[in-house]
Design a protein. Structure first.
Length: 289
């Protein structure tokens, strides 16, 4: 009896020791293209979506994932579902290996939490950020969310995959797309140099400084109309004609005051600016369905 107890204890300890490296090396784990831990899809629907996601991923070199969980807060300390989507990318090494490094793998992840009907869309990599830019994210949402609100899960996931295929086929072709409705939280950054809505910095300067210049001209015109007194540089206007004669006119330099301030320079200091990382960086949307 004692030997049997020792044997069971050793087995438990062995399993515990094996599970620690597995959790520590979580980055070596992997997941399928479609994962349904909430059980909202039938086996047949799950296989069909998995085949479609794999086909799109291999055709365009950008991995597409659909992950459904019951409650996302069980898997992260954050209260934002988008944070879990980014964590999953890093933990499971999601994305298509394009040879540009681990932080630049191309991917698109749709993460859904059924408990409070939360969702997150996260993309990464150069191709991912081009195809699934901000207007592209809105297009994905417009395609899938109407199905989800009707609890048509397969229809929504299929529409999501079809829209992802279209965006990968012609990246950035929908750069003027505007959603018709919905409350969405945007995550990530725009491509450097494009500014808001893809406008160039020169256009942004025109928009800012031209109104300021017009306002300055108008205010100067009003100010000149309100000013009736003019500064006089001589006293001739106040002298009665014929009452005073000056044979010599002479200006004498009396005094000069010069103030100098030493401007110190520190060659050891530098200047720089920070910004968002676009190429290979995370960006996406989150909200309710």
């Amino acid at each position: 009896m004692r030997k049997r107890f020792v044997l069971v204890l050793l087995i438990v300890l062995l399993c515990t020791c094996m599970s620690i490296p597995a959790s520590a090396e979580g980055s070596s784990a992997t997941i399928a293209n479609v994962v349904d831990t909430a059980g909202i899809l039938s086996g047949e629907d799950l296989r069909a979506l998995e085949e479609k996601a794999e086909s799109i991923s291999s055709s365009y070199g950008c991995s597409i994932y659909i992950v459904v969980v019951e409650d996302f807060t069980r898997y992260t300390n954050s209260r934002d579902i988008y944070d879990l989507a980014v964590e999953m990318y890093e933990t499971y090494q999601l994305g298509w290996d394009n040879g540009k490094g681990e932080d630049h793998r191309d991917s698109l992840l749709l993460l859904m939490s059924m408990n409070d009907r939360d969702y997150a869309l996260d993309t990464n990599g150069y191709l991912g950020n081009r195809a699934f830019n901000n207007p592209g994210m809105y297009k994905l949402e417009e395609a899938m969310i109407p199905y989800f609100r009707s609890n048509d899960w397969y229809g929504g996931f299929d529409a999501f995959l079809e829209c992802a295929r279209d965006l990968l086929e012609s990246p950035l072709q929908e750069n003027t797309y505007v959603p018709s409705s919905g409350n969405v939280v945007e995550h990530g950054y725009e491509q450097p140099g494009t500014g808001s809505g893809g406008k160039s910095p020169f256009a942004a300067l025109i928009v800012v400084f031209v109104p300021i210049l017009i306002a300055f001209i108008v205010c100067s015109a009003f100010k000149s109309q309100m000013k009736t007194a003019n500064r006089m540089t001589t006293a001739e206007r106040y002298i009665v004609p014929g009452s005073m004669r000056m044979r010599v006119r002479q200006d004498e330099f009396v005094n000069r005051t010069v103030q100098r301030t030493v401007i110190s320079t520190d060659s050891g200091r530098g200047s720089g600016s920070g910004g968002g990382h676009f190429s290979g960086g995370h960006s996406g949307h989150s909200g309710k369905f």
